[in-house]
Ligand binder design. Structure first.
Ligand code: AMP
Ligand code: MG
Length: 399
């Protein structure tokens, strides 16, 4: 008989995983390769953005207070081609959106509000100083911090960095992740199932989550329930990766070989078994700076434990902050509590006038992968007696 497991509370398990996850070395990368990467250093603006006072409209640059006067049309300022000389007091200049405001002008009159006659412009209304003028530095000041370190670079971040003149950014290297799916019953999708066989769904789903989490998936493999094959596959995985995930084979059954295999190749156990449903058999250990997770084979358990433990670890390896996002909500339906384990329930968030309501996605069995479909987050239900009534405040960890 296996020894009784001491279950580690989720918060503690997470703290232990994060304590073992240290940011990887940073590298300089070109902005066009940086989508999804995490800044290791802040980005500062090399210059003001906009870099000069410019026009917000196509129209005429002029001086305020010239309504009704006949202003001589003196040349043109275009985007990328500023006017050569200053503007005289009784002059107006054609100007396009984004063109530098000529010296001497302090406003822009929209094209449709000007009367243009015989080489002259007559403003049809009083124009206040600053009208349609975008000021230098209005968006970003020279030298100011445009983006903080730890921020993941999305399209908007990349646009801001480019606008501020950055061509390269410093980001932590992407964590290399290797994935080993264990189980004699597993067959790759596309092949014919024999008796008792099932399709391997964890490998593709976990690889997808890992990629979304910023990892570079360098190896994925299937291995049967043999001790020697498990050792060999995990050894290869550790040879290639910063983070190794095994799926299945981590529980107490006669055919579960992941734990002894990992210990055999020098991975030290940090915890085995967490007080969480789904995800109880989860194992975690380290070899130097390498992280090894033995995730349960049940598809929901594998994905939930990935989200709660592996994803924040990947975030920390990349130096990302925050490590995960939570929102407060109220339970949409009553939920029974487990006496000894917290429960991560898959929920959709329904936005109501009183705030977000967390509605369970349906049957919550750890083999019911469809319960993850359309889930916005995980409601973390603390262990306890009885049920948590509808309307109770809960924390939702967004997926
Ligand atoms: P295990 O953790 O190996 O005891 O597996 C628990 C359950 O998850 C069993 O029903 C397995 O058949 C199933 N399972 C294990 N690995 C996978 C996988 N890669 N894809 C889908 N189901 C799996
Ligand atoms: Mg198995």
């Amino acid at each position: 008989m296996p020894v009784a497991q001491v279950l580690t509370p989720l918060a503690r398990a997470r703290a232990q995983v994060l304590a073992a996850s240290r940011p990887l070395a940073a590298e300089a990368i070109a902005l066009q390769d940086a989508l999804g990467r995490v800044l290791a250093e802040p980005v500062h603006a090399a210059a003001d953005v906009p870099g000069f006072d410019n026009s917000a409209m196509d129209g005429f640059a002029l001086r305020a207070g010239t309504a009704g006067r006949r202003l001589v049309l003196a040349g043109e300022a275009r985007a990328g081609a500023p006017a050569v000389g200053p503007l005289g007091a009784e002059e107006a200049m054609a100007i396009s959106t984004g063109a530098a405001l000529p010296q001497g002008a302090d406003a822009v009159l929209e094209l449709e509000r000007a009367e243009v006659r015989e080489g002259a412009v007559i403003p049809r209304l009083e124009v206040a100083p600053g009208r349609n003028v975008r000021r230098a530095g209005e968006d970003v000041r020279a030298g100011s911090r445009v983006l903080a370190g730890g921020r993941r670079l999305g399209p908007v971040e990349l646009g801001l960095a480019a606008g501020a003149g950055a061509a390269r950014v410093h980001c932590a290297r992407r964590p290399r992740l290797a994935l080993v799916a264990t189980g004699d019953e597993l067959v790759a999708p596309g092949q014919v199932l024999g008796p008792g066989q099932i399709y391997d769904s964890n490998r593709i789903a976990l690889a997808g989550l890992a990629a979304r989490g910023g990892a570079e998936v360098v190896l994925t493999r299937h291995v049967g329930d043999s001790p020697a094959a498990t050792v060999a596959a995990l050894d290869d995985a550790l040879g290639a990766a910063d983070v190794v995930l095994a799926s299945g084979g981590v529980s107490v059954g006669a055919h579960d070989h992941v734990r002894p295999a990992l210990e055999r190749i020098g991975v030290s156990e940090i915890f085995w078994g967490i007080a969480l449903r789904p995800g109880k058999p989860t194992w975690f250990g380290t070899r130097g700076r390498q992280l090894c997770f033995g995730l349960p084979g049940n598809p929901v358990s594998a994905l939930v434990t990935f989200l709660l433990l592996v994803r924040p670890a990947l975030a920390r390896l990349q130096g990302a902050w925050p490590l995960y996002r939570t929102v407060p909500a109220r339970l949409g339906t009553a939920v029974p509590r487990r006496r000894a384990r917290d429960e991560a329930i898959r929920v959709r968030l329904v936005h109501e006038r009183s705030g977000p309501r967390a509605v369970p996605t349906g049957a919550q069995g750890s083999h019911i992968l469809s319960s993850m479909l359309d889930a916005d987050g995980l409601a973390l239900i603390p262990a306890g007696e009885g049920e948590l009534p509808a309307g109770e405040p809960v924390t939702i960890e967004l997926i």
